[in-house]
Design a protein around this ligand. Structure first.
Ligand code: ARG
Length: 561
């Protein structure tokens, strides 16, 4: 089974194709007038040079849809309004309820999807800037994994490059070899400050980078200490956040170092390298700056070193050739848009990124404070992720303290869930404002609202002792709820394509409000036995869809709140 929109699209698609003599888009969507509306006749009429209402009539003559619809009606300039049969809705919902996968079929051609996400920089504590990548990437990994795609998570941490010269020197300057993770930010700042003010330190740091790149053993050992310390810190944050990332997913920039010479050689052999100001560059076709000059990817710097661009070229080659990726997702902030477009184009020109492989930059905007500027502490520092999560959980605990639940467990679910949901529920390409009061509100399109809606349905179900039955759709509110539930597979299909989690959030929010209206107008426990069994089935399915939808977003759904 698939979603209702998919079903109507499929049926009408065939009828439209017959009228068009080739593919024509039926354009089915939810409507206020009827249950659904198909607008495709308008576009097709333009193409055929015929009156749209006639085209719509021909479509319905091809397929009257009477096994699905109680009424079909041509309205306005040529819309087709579709009202589904109540018995069909009841049967479809009953089938969905009997399906473990909630009507969502596994992908028939599974991809190998490499998802590049989180990617903090070693030797710096994770901050709010890494939050978005981690949360959005994790939702993508969950959804695609559930659909049966082979998901390979790659945490492209910044664990290589010039900062490590000064960090290793700073490590040597410190007497105590024991650095707690809380010190790591201070550690970085101290190194930075010395680097900027102390000539001797700067010289030593530069020499240290050279030693690191040459593979000097003692230097590598010190480097490893710093990288391991950072990794331990990430692991703590990931556990706290409840994301899927583990140490096994760490594939930082250092991993690609052994491949870089070969990448440069291959690009050279392909005739793609050009000298520019002493550096060897690729100039991917079709990219220029404002002055019309071609944009470079720097493969080898003038000093012979490799950098961020070369590493990403090696990574894309490795992910396709060695990991077998057929879809590549890079969950990275919008400022790196051009970087990835250049990498993709270069990879196409090198013959690594071929027709059958999709590469996508899953871009996202910034997190802003309530003052509308980049989120920072009062003192102007970047906010540490752990502090931010602590505060969300503390505030959540304050809100639920009087309830008869295990405060710690629920506060954690609500606090962390609120932070994640606030991030996922706004269009990822936009900036969003980080506002505790708003994200922790129990009303509106928030995490706590949905968690509470789910817990409320669970409490209804706890009060019934018989199993849910066949669904009968009689009241308008039952009909709305049935249609909302049947939209779940459509929403998931859409999410798998667009990787825009706010669409799933909007869906779940609409489902929860539709359920509320249903529950206010349709008594469940007090209804006659057949109606009661049907309404219990609607409740049970609503609970499952809410819980599973939240789970795909990486958000817990406690049974009691
Ligand atoms: N560490 C990088 C940064 O903080 C993000 C890396 C993203 N992934 C990649 N393959 N370039 O900006």
């Amino acid at each position: 089974m698939t979603g209702l929109v998919a079903l109507l699209q499929q049926r009408l698609g065939a009828a439209f194709a017959a009228v068009a003599g080739g593919h024509a888009e039926p354009a089915v969507r939810r409507s206020q007038r009827a249950d659904f509306q198909a607008d495709g006749a308008l576009a097709l009429a333009r193409k055929l040079g015929r009156p749209p209402r006639d085209v719509a009539a021909d479509v319905l003559a091809q397929d009257p849809l009477d096994d699905l619809c109680a009424t079909t009606e041509i309205a306005g300039p040529g819309f087709v309004n579709l009202t589904l049969r109540a018995d069909v809705l009841g049967d479809l919902v009953t089938t969905m309820a009997a399906d473990q996968r909630l009507g969502v079929p596994p992908a028939d051609a599974p991809d190998t999807v490499v998802i590049d996400y989180s990617a903090p920089n070693a030797a710096k504590e994770m901050h709010v800037g890494h939050l978005r990548s981690t949360i959005i990437g994790d939702a993508a990994a969950r959804v695609l994994g559930w659909l049966g795609h082979r998901v390979i998570r790659q945490n492209h941490v910044g664990d290589w490059g010039t900062p490590f010269g000064m960090l290793v020197e700073q490590l040597l300057d410190q007497d105590d070899a024991e650095h707690s993770i809380g010190d790591l930010n201070a550690f970085y700042r101290q190194a930075r400050e010395k680097f900027d003010t102390d000539d001797g330190f700067r010289e030593r740091s530069r020499a240290r980078v050279v030693a690191l790149q040459r593979g000097d053993e003692p230097t590598l050992r010190l480097w490893r200490t710093i990288v391991d310390l950072s990794a331990r810190h990430y692991a703590e944050v990931y556990t706290r956040l409840g994301v899927l990332l583990t140490d096994a997913d760490l594939a930082g920039e250092s991993r690609y170092q052994p491949m870089l010479d070969d990448v440069a050689k291959e690009l050279d052999r392909l005739g793609l390298l050009r000298e520019s100001d002493g550096a060897s560059c690729v100039f991917p076709a079709g990219f220029t700056n404002r002055d019309g000059d071609p944009l470079p990817l720097i493969v080898r710097k003038a000093d012979g070193g490799y950098g961020y661009d070369t590493t990403d070229l090696a990574a894309i080659r490795y992910r396709i050739a060695d990991l077998g990726a057929t879809r590549l997702l890079y969950v990275v902030g919008s400022p790196q848009r051009e970087h990835f477009q250049l990498i993709f184009q270069a990879a196409r020109e090198a013959g690594w990124l071929t027709e059958g492989v999709r590469a996508e930059h899953i871009a996202f905007g910034s997190v802003l404070g309530t003052d509308g500027r980049m989120l920072r502490t009062r003192a102007g520092h970047t906010i540490r992720l752990t502090d931010l999560l602590d505060e969300a959980v503390t505030r959540a605990a304050d809100k639920i303290r009087d309830r008869d639940v295990d405060t710690d467990t629920v506060a954690r679910a609500v606090g962390i869930g609120a932070v994640k949901y606030a991030d996922l529920s706004t269009d990822r390409t936009k900036d969003y404002t980080f506002d505790y009061d708003r994200m922790l509100a129990f009303d509106g399109n928030t995490g706590p609202y949905l968690q509470y809606a789910h817990a409320r349905v669970q409490s209804i179900l706890r009060r019934a002792d018989e199993p849910p039955g066949q669904v009968t759709v009689a009241e308008p509110a039952e009909r709305d709820l049935a249609i909302a539930l049947l939209g779940f597979p459509d929403t998931i299909a859409d999410l798998a394509e667009t990787l825009e989690p706010h669409r799933l959030c909007a869906y779940l929010y609409a489902l929860a409000t539709t359920f509320t209206t249903f529950y206010e107008s349709c008594p469940v426990l007090r209804a006659d036995p057949t109606t009661r069994a049907s309404r219990l089935a609607l409740c049970a399915l609503t609970a499952r869809v809410l819980a599973h939808g939240l789970d795909l977003l990486g958000i817990e759904a406690p049974d009691r709140m």
